[in-house]
Design a protein around this ligand. Structure first.
Ligand SMILES: Cc1cc2nc3c(=O)[nH]c(=O)nc-3n(C[C@H](O)[C@H](O)[C@H](O)COP(=O)(O)OP(=O)(O)OC[C@H]3O[C@@H](n4cnc5c(N)ncnc54)[C@H](O)[C@@H]3O)c2cc1C
Length: 431
């Protein structure tokens, strides 16, 4: 990286279009050491930590994370088909340490924007000049009667990759041939909009080989979902969707797909019109910003409002909220989005430390879904910011869905693109 300077980073990596000369950091070497505290060592937090250090090695960066290693949710649906292990999704923070990031394993209890400090469960306090918050989502546990954190140990959500992903995989493996799996999809907005539908396909991928009479039913409180046409086409081709013998069925809101309650003892779901019983149930509850965002007064409604030029909270200055917890319409809640937002925020923070204005941001997102061993689909977008409405808008013609008439070779290629995207984003955030 010796020839990779700050300006290259901003131009090529962060996707920020700079007004010429707007971010030269002339005072960098003279400036006093600034402290950035990062809450959450997931995609947004790690990317921000790494790029802050790359942009300005004089910034002292401390990342506080509850777990010793990060297990990525992206690609975790592949654990359900048996194509991947949880270990292959788990990464330590040694790479970030090599970039000079201080790693603290602890839970942040709250941020005090008035004192500009962060408090942790173990009683430590960390002062900051800027604080980056990327804690991901939390669940609205009261949304489905009878479903709570304790019940989720046996009727898993598996929406945070980890032990519950393995539990769900084990349950699918041990269900009888001809068994039934129900996935309860969440209402918008939630992390990974195509995730529940890819999950159905990944479970079907396993069942096709090992339990060919199994059924997978998606109960959905929505009538439309991400990449719907491509999913329906892929499900039809691979799993007979739309025929009497389809392995996958989908019931949307109009068909009574909204689930209101569960009786865990009989694994029975009460939906709007009828009851459904299954051998394996996977409930993905409705979502909101992570707890620490609520404890730190960063939330309006369910999510954290931000100035999308910089991702600084509109509620408290010098606090930047990224990723799933932020209100970043029209970007989806995805790993790639969090990664892109983190680079914009890192550049804006360093600019501010040097008395400069932030650049004009451009954001990117691509989301792959793997429906079969050789069948991948994707959606991609490049976004610009409309300053007046503070809305991030896709740039027309700079993205789109994989074509409906893609050849088999293209679909197969998208699977390998998905896998290389995964490697690249992990490397970009913590390698
Ligand atoms: C099944 C599934 C599949 C997915 N597939 C894709 C995909 O293919 N492509 C894609 O782009 N996205 C995908 N995603 C979405 C992606 O995982 C998230 O959007 C992304 O991880 C968001 O990053 P984040 O930084 O906001 O939160 P996270 O990556 O969730 O990180 C949050 C971190 O903060 C930590 N934390 C929380 N509270 C505290 C606290 N109080 N103190 C200290 N640490 C704290 C957590 O432990 C966690 O490590 C998928 C998600 C799921 C569930």
């Amino acid at each position: 990286m010796s020839k990779f300077n700050r300006r290259d980073f901003i131009r090529w990596s962060a996707g920020i279009t700079l007004a010429s000369g707007s971010l030269g950091f002339p005072g960098l070497l003279l400036a006093a050491t600034r402290k950035v505290v990062i809450v959450g060592g997931g995609v947004g937090g790690c990317t921000a930590a790494k790029y802050l250090r790359k942009l300005d090695p004089n910034v002292e960066v401390t990342l506080i994370e509850t777990k010793k290693a990060y297990t990525s949710c992206f690609m975790s649906n592949e654990v359900l088909s048996g194509d991947r292990t949880l270990e292959s999704l788990t990464f330590d923070y040694e790479g970030l340490k090599r970039h000079g990031v201080n790693i603290v394993i602890d839970r942040v209890t709250a941020i005090d924007p008035a004192k500009k400090s962060v408090a942790t469960e173990s009683g430590e306090t960390f002062a900051y000049d800027a604080c980056v918050v990327s804690p991901g989502v939390d669940f609205k546990w009261d949304a489905i009667e009878g479903y709570n954190a304790e019940v989720s140990e046996t009727i898993p959500h598996a929406w945070f990759a980890g032990p519950q992903t393995q539990t769900l995989r084990n349950q699918i493996e041990s269900m009888p041939e001809g068994g039934k799996v129900i996935i309860v999809a969440p209402p918008n907005p939630y992390k990974c909009p195509p995730g529940p539908y890819e999950r159905a396909a990944q479970i079907a991928m396993y069942c096709k080989h090992h339990k060919p009479k199994a059924k997978i039913l998606i109960l959905d409180p929505k009538d439309r979902f991400s990449k719907q046409g491509l999913f329906r086409q892929g499900w039809s081709k691979l799993y007979g969707f739309g025929t009497e013998n389809s392995m996958i069925e989908w019931v949307g809101a109009a068909g009574g797909g909204t689930v209101e309650a569960i009786d865990p003892s009989t694994r029975t779901l009460q939906a709007e019109i009828e009851e459904f019983q299954a051998d394996v149930i996977n409930i993905i509850p409705p979502q909101k910003a992570g707890k620490v965002a609520f404890a730190s007064d960063l939330v309006e409604g369910d999510w954290c409002p931000v100035d999308k030029l910089t991702f600084e909270s509109t509620r408290h200055p010098d606090v930047y909220v990224l990723g799933d917890a932020s209100s970043a319409a029209k970007m989806p809640k995805s790993a790639y989005a969090a990664n892109s937002q983190a680079k914009v925020a890192a550049a804006a923070i360093v600019a501010r430390f040097n008395g400069q204005s932030p650049g004009e941001p451009t954001f990117v997102n691509t989301c792959y879904s793997i429906l079969g061993e050789e069948h991948g689909i994707s959606v991609a977008a490049v976004y610009t910011l409309n300053r007046e409405s503070n809305t991030i808008l896709p740039i027309k013609g700079a993205g789109g869905l994989s074509p409906m008439d893609a050849s088999e070779a293209q679909r197969k290629r998208e699977v390998s693109y998905a896998h290389s995207w995964f490697k690249n984003v992990i490397d970009d955030m913590m390698g």
